[in-house]
Design a protein around this ligand. Structure first.
Ligand SMILES: Nc1nc2c(ncn2[C@@H]2O[C@H](COP(=O)(O)OP(=O)(O)OP(=O)(O)O)[C@@H](O)[C@H]2O)c(=O)[nH]1
Ligand SMILES: [Mg+2]
Length: 336
C-alpha cells in the first residue's frame, strides 16, 4: 500500500497554476468580443470613404461584404458610423468606422474642426455619464473614438496650415495616424521626400501622433514603435473594386499603365496601416484612449463640475452670511 506521504511527494507543490489565468482571460475576452472605433478625417475628395471600404473589403472582413461593383461612393455629407461584426477563428469584433464629411470646400475654413472635436468629446461625455451612474452597466458600451486616421493631400510639398492646425487640436484629444492620401499620384522619390518633410513638420509643430514616444512601455516597445515612427505617414491607396490579376482576385485601381494592388506592399502602404490598426496595436490604441485621452477629458470635466459646485457653495455661503447679517441688523427675514 502506498503511503499518503509518498503520493504527495510525487506532486510538484511549487506549481500553483498562475499561468492558467491567461486561458481564463482569453476565454472571457472571447465571450465579450472586442469593440474598435476608427474615425477618418481630412479634406473633401481625398478618398476617406473609399479607404474605409477598402478596409472592410480587404482581408479584415472579406467574407462579410457583399460585392457590389456598380455602387459608387457618394460624397459624405454628415458624420456617419458604420459597424461591421467580424468573426475570425472564434473571436468576435465589432469594428466601427466613423466617416466624416470632408472639409476645405468653404472659402473660410476657420473652425472646420469643431464638428469633429464635438463628436469626439460627445462620445467621452456619453461614456462618463454611464460611468458615474449609480446604477451603472456591467459593461459600458464604448463609442469613444480609439483612432483617427488623418488624410493629408498628396501635394508633395509641405503640410498646409489647415492640416497643421487640425492635427494639433486632434492630437490632444485622440490618437491620430496620419496618412498620405491617393499615394498613387506620387513617384517613389516624391513619396519618400514628402514623408520625411511631414515627419519633420509634425515634430516642429509639436504634433504628437500615434504611437506617442512618451507612452512606450519598455525597450522592446520602443524598438517596435521606432520602426513605425520611421514609416509614418503611411502612403496609402484605396479601392473597393476587385480585379483579376494572374488568376488572383485583388483589390486595386486599374489604370492605362497597369493595376495598382492596394494590399501589395510593393505598391503602397495600406497593408502596413491595416496591420498597425488591427493586428499589432489595436489593444494599445484602445488602452491609450482609455488611460490618457479619456482620462484627460474625465479629469477636466469632473474638475469643472467640482469647480461649479464649489462656486455654488461659495455663493450660497455668501448669501447665507448676508442673510445672517441682515437678521442681526433688521430682524426681518431676507427673501432668497
Ligand atoms: N487616384 C486615387 N483616387 C482615389 C483613391 N481613393 C479614392 N479615390 C477616388 O477619389 C474620389 C473621392 O473618393 P471618396 O472616397 O468619396 O473621398 P472622400 O474623402 O470620402 O470625400 P468626401 O466624402 O467628400 O469627404 C473617388 O472618385 C475615388 O474613386 C486613391 O487612393 N487614389
Ligand atoms: Mg466621404
Amino acid at each position: 500500500m502506498q503511503l499518503l506521504s509518498e503520493v504527495t511527494a510525487s506532486i510538484d507543490f511549487s506549481y500553483v497554476g498562475i499561468d492558467a489565468i491567461l486561458e481564463q482571460m482569453r476565454r472571457k475576452a472571447m465571450k465579450q468580443g472586442f469593440e474598435f472605433n476608427i474615425m477618418v478625417v481630412g479634406q473633401s475628395g481625398l478618398g476617406k470613404s473609399t479607404l474605409m471600404n477598402t478596409l472592410f473589403k480587404s482581408k479584415v472582413s472579406r467574407k462579410s461584404v457583399q460585392p457590389n461593383p456598380e455602387e459608387r461612393i457618394p460624397k459624405t455629407i454628415e458624420i456617419k458610423s458604420i459597424s461591421h461584426d467580424i468573426e475570425e477563428k472564434g473571436v468576435r469584433m465589432k469594428l466601427t468606422v466613423i466617416d466624416t464629411p470632408g472639409f476645405g470646400d468653404q472659402i473660410n475654413n476657420e473652425n472646420c474642426w469643431q464638428p469633429i472635436m464635438k463628436f469626439i468629446n460627445d462620445q467621452y461625455e456619453a461614456y462618463l455619464q454611464e460611468e458615474i451612474n449609480i446604477d451603472r452597466k456591467k459593461r459600458i458600451p464604448d463609442s469613444r473614438v480609439h483612432c483617427c486616421i488623418y488624410f493629408i493631400p498628396p501635394t508633395g510639398h509641405c503640410l498646409r496650415p489647415l492640416d497643421v492646425e487640425f492635427m494639433r487640436r486632434l492630437s490632444k484629444v485622440v490618437n491620430i495616424v496620419p496618412v498620405i492620401a491617393k499615394a498613387d499620384t506620387l513617384t517613389l522619390e516624391e513619396r519618400d521626400y514628402f514623408k520625411q518633410t511631414i515627419r519633420e513638420e509634425l515634430r516642429a509643430n509639436g504634433i504628437d501622433v500615434y504611437p506617442q514616444k512618451e507612452f512606450d512601455e519598455d525597450a522592446e516597445d520602443r524598438m517596435i514603435n521606432d520602426k513605425i515612427r520611421e514609416m509614418i505617414p503611411f502612403a496609402v491607396v484605396g479601392s473597393d473594386q476587385e480585379y483579376q490579376v494572374n488568376g488572383k482576385r485583388i483589390l486595386g485601381r486599374k489604370t492605362k499603365w497597369g493595376t495598382i494592388e492596394v494590399e501589395n506592399i510593393a505598391h503602397c502602404e495600406f497593408a502596413y496601416l491595416r496591420d498597425l490598426l488591427i493586428r499589432t496595436h489595436m489593444q494599445n490604441i484602445k488602452d491609450i484612449t482609455g488611460s490618457i485621452h479619456y482620462e484627460t477629458y474625465r479629469v477636466r470635466r469632473l474638475n469643472e463640475s467640482n469647480g461649479h459646485s464649489q462656486a455654488q457653495n461659495h455663493t450660497l455661503t455668501h448669501v447665507f452670511c448676508l442673510h445672517e447679517h441682515a437678521h442681526m441688523h433688521t430682524d426681518t427675514p431676507l427673501m432668497l
